[in-house]
Design a protein around this ligand. Structure first.
Ligand code: 1GP
Length: 245
C-alpha cells in the first residue's frame, strides 16, 4: 500500500527515531527487475528515480516498470524539468540552495508548476545542497554551481537553516553520485542539529558502516545509488544495518 502522504511518513519515522533507506535508480543503468526484488525483500523505504543527465534510458518507462513491480513509494529526484512523470508517487521539488543559479532556485520551478499542479504527484519542497567531495561531480557541473566546501560546516548549517526558514520541508546533503568522499559526519551533525526538518544524506555511501555513521550523525534518510549498481548485496546489508538503529 502506498501511503497517502509520503512526507507524513518521513516525519513520522523521524519522530520515532527510525532511519529510512532510499535506493536511487539511474534510468540509464536500470536494466533488471532483480534490484527491485532485492529492495522489496530488504524493506527499502523509498525508490528515487532521476539523474543529472539521462542519455539512453527512458525516464517514464523506468518509472512505469518500477511501479508495476513494487508497492515501495517511488519519488522523483529530478535532474531537470524533463524528469517529471505522473506515474510516480511524489517528487522532491529541489531548490539548489547551496548554489546561486537562479533557474535552479526558482526559474525551473515556475516552468514546472502547472504540470505539477495538474498531476497527482505529492510535491515535497526540498532544500538541495551539493557538498564538495574530492572532484567535480556531474551534479555540480550540470547545475553550473559551486558545491559547499567539505570543511565549511558553518556555511552548510546556515544554508540549511535559511532553507528551513524559507519553508522547505527537507534538507538533502549530497556529495554527488559516486563521490570520492561522502558528506562528513561533522557536517551532518551540525546541519541536523540546526534544523527540525528531516535531513537526507547521499553521495558516495558504499558500505553499511558509512550509512550507519551518517545516521548516527543525524541523517534521517540515507540514499545509495552507485554502490548498489556495483554490488546489489549492499541493499540488504545497508537496509538491515540502518533499520536496526
Ligand atoms: C546522488 O546522493 C545520490 O545524487 C546518491 O549518490 O550514487 O554515490 O550513491 P551515490
Amino acid at each position: 500500500m502506498i501511503p497517502k502522504s509520503i512526507y507524513s511518513l518521513i516525519l513520522k519515522s523521524k519522530k520515532q527515531g527510525k532511519k529510512q533507506f532510499a535506493l536511487l535508480i539511474d534510468p540509464d543503468k536500470f536494466e533488471s527487475t532483480k534490484i527491485i526484488k532485492l529492495a522489496e525483500a530488504a524493506g527499502v523505504d523509498f525508490i528515487m528515480v532521476g539523474g543529472s543527465l539521462i542519455t539512453n534510458g527512458s525516464f517514464e518507462d523506468c518509472i512505469v516498470k518500477i511501479k508495476e513491480m513494487t508497492t515501495i513509494p517511488v519519488i522523483i529526484f529530478p535532474g531537470n524539468n524533463l524528469q517529471i512523470s505522473k506515474s510516480a508517487d511524489a517528487i522532491f521539488l529541489l531548490s539548489l540552495i547551496s548554489g546561486r543559479n537562479a533557474d535552479l532556485l526558482i526559474g525551473d520551478h515556475v516552468i514546472a508548476a502547472p504540470l505539477l499542479k495538474s498531476s497527482r504527484l505529492e510535491v515535497i519542497p526540498s532544500g538541495y545542497m551539493l557538498i564538495e567531495s574530492g572532484r567535480q561531480t556531474a551534479a555540480s557541473y550540470m547545475s553550473n554551481t559551486l558545491p559547499i566546501p567539505t570543511d565549511k560546516d558553518d556555511i552548510a548549517m546556515c544554508t540549511a537553516m535559511a532553507g528551513e526558514m524559507l519553508g522547505l520541508k527537507l534538507i538533502y546533503l549530497d556529495a554527488g553520485s559516486g563521490a570520492q568522499k561522502n558528506v562528513t559526519d561533522t557536517m551532518i551533525k551540525k546541519v541536523a542539529s540546526a534544523v527540525d526538518i528531516p535531513v537526507i544524506v547521499g553521495g558516495g555511501i558504499n558500505s553499511s558502516e558509512k550509512a550507519v555513521a551518517a545516521c548516527k550523525a543525524g541523517a534521517d534518510i540515507i540514499v545509495v545509488g552507485n554502490a548498489i549498481e556495483k554490488d546489489a548485496s549492499l541493499i540488504k546489508n545497508i537496509s538491515s544495518a540502518i533499520h536496526k538503529l
